[in-house]
Design a protein around this ligand. Structure first.
Ligand SMILES: *[C@@H]1O[C@H](CO)[C@@H](O)[C@H](O)[C@H]1NC(C)=O
Ligand SMILES: *[C@@H]1O[C@H](CO)[C@@H](O)[C@H](O)[C@H]1NC(C)=O
Length: 412
């Protein structure tokens, strides 16, 4: 028994990627969900994928509090490249949309105190048809390092899923060889899981800091809720692989776009926080309504997401189509963890019904009860006695995020 435990502890320290990065779930902004592959800058001068777009987003991340709140990576997704490699075979940016080049864009992003992320693809082509890194893995890793890249998202279009475990590891070794610390975001499970193949999460942890497990997110509640469903259905298999330095990634936050109501936005923020998911926004920061911005900048929600334990919370109870997730967080009081509790209603019948969950039924057993705080509402903190109940009104398709801290024993 002792040997088994020893082996497991060894496994955690030795068999995970050790580049010192993504100790907490990465936070930032990425263009894909909102700006896609819009390359027609004549029709869409303010929205096309161009250096101007990223410079503007960098300005706003710095000036409007996103960077201060922790959103520090700005990540260029697909469609930044020229259709051809340069004469020396290096990747090159589109000469019109990124006329100053990627090194210059990276310098600008760094001048704002932000970090620079970029996109590549493990296959022959990117998903949108730009040059892929197959046969150029070492050169592309070095090119990214030369440009000052801090984060690489390596997609998996136009490649053979059976070669991904070795291929992604090879690219990871080349990243390491550059000596520049770069967060490594892998997409390979998203090419295996939808075909019914369970990805090798031990291999993922060895190679990557985070990985996209499943479908791309779209700008709708049905997309968000189908992603929540999938991660919930597979939570017992996925959650053990989440932790400091290595994270499951259910894809971008779409809060502030066209598709989610305010309550649905709270639900996405609540569940992404509980799941210790990367908080990568994809929205137009130039046109954010205050109510959405407040959700994204909510300090307590971010604190739950960034909790140092790095535990991926799980759905543990359902009551009349209201689902409840819990995530153990710090502080630990008299040996009992604090808990983040997320409630999401899967109802559509009009009314924010009151939902009750007994602490005893959800394993919250601190002997003196808990203080409880409703994160998105400015309600006063209140207390629940031991064996008491959580009750909250959860709007249809909406989410509530609660933080429960054990009440310490009285010192006599
Ligand atoms: C490269 O890998 C070694 C061994 O895991 C690690 O200590 C080092 O921090 C890595 N360097 C970079 C730049 O990722
Ligand atoms: C929500 O309801 C839909 C439709 O009834 C169902 O498919 C889905 O599994 C439910 N999600 C959860 C998390 O209960």
């Amino acid at each position: 028994m002792i040997q088994i435990i020893f082996f497991c502890l060894m496994g955690i320290s030795v068999y995970a990627l050790d580049n010192g990065l993504a100790i907490k779930p990465p936070m930032g902004w990425m263009h894909w969900q909102r700006f896609r592959c819009v390359i027609d800058c004549e029709t869409y001068p303010d929205e096309c994928v161009s250096e101007d777009l990223f410079r503007k987003m960098a300005d706003i991340m710095e000036s409007e509090g996103y960077l201060n709140a922790g959103y520090n990576y700005i990540i260029v997704d697909d469609c930044w490249m020229d259709k051809n490699r340069a004469n020396d075979n290096r990747l090159q940016a589109d000469p019109i949309r990124f006329k100053s080049g990627m090194k210059s864009l990276g310098d600008y992003i760094h001048s704002k105190g932000l970090k620079f992320g970029i996109y590549g693809d493990y296959g022959t082509h990117t998903c949108a048809g730009y040059p892929g890194s197959l046969n150029y893995l070492e050169l592309d890793a070095q090119t990214f390092a030369d440009w000052g890249v801090d984060y690489v998202k390596l997609d998996g279009c136009y490649s053979d899923p059976d070669t991904m475990v070795e291929g992604y590891a090879a690219f990871g070794n080349y990243l390491n060889k550059t000596k520049r610390p770069m967060v490594y975001s892998c997409s390979w499970p998203a090419y295996q899981e939808p075909d019914g193949h369970e990805a090798d999460y031990d291999a993922l942890k060895k190679t990557c800091n985070l990985w996209r497990n499943w479908d791309d997110i779209d700008d709708s509640w049905s997309s968000v809720s189908s992603i929540i469903d999938w991660f919930t259905k597979h939570q017992d298999r996925l959650a053990p692989h989440s932790g400091p330095g290595h994270w499951n990634d259910p894809d971008m936050l779409i809060i502030g776009n066209y598709g989610l109501s305010e309550d649905q936005s709270k639900a996405q923020m609540a569940i992404w926080s509980i799941m210790a998911a990367p908080l990568i926004m994809s929205n137009d920061l130039r046109a954010m309504k205050t109510e959405f911005k407040n959700i994204l900048l909510n300090k307590e929600a971010i604190g739950i997401n960034q909790d140092a334990l790095g535990i991926q919370g799980k759905l543990i109870a359902s009551n009349k189509k209201v689902n409840l997730w819990t995530k153990p967080i710090l502080p630990k009081v008299d040996g009992y963890f604090s808990q983040a509790v997320g409630l999401v209603s899967n109802r559509t019948d009009g009314f924010a019904y009151l939902s009750d969950f007994k602490l005893d039924d959800i394993g919250l057993d601190a002997p003196n009860g808990y203080t409880i705080q409703n994160i998105f509402e400015n309600e006063k903190m209140y207390t629940i006695p031991p064996h008491g109940s959580i009750s909250a009104r959860v709007p249809p398709n909406g989410g509530v995020l609660l933080k429960l801290v054990p009440i310490p024993k009285k010192h006599l």
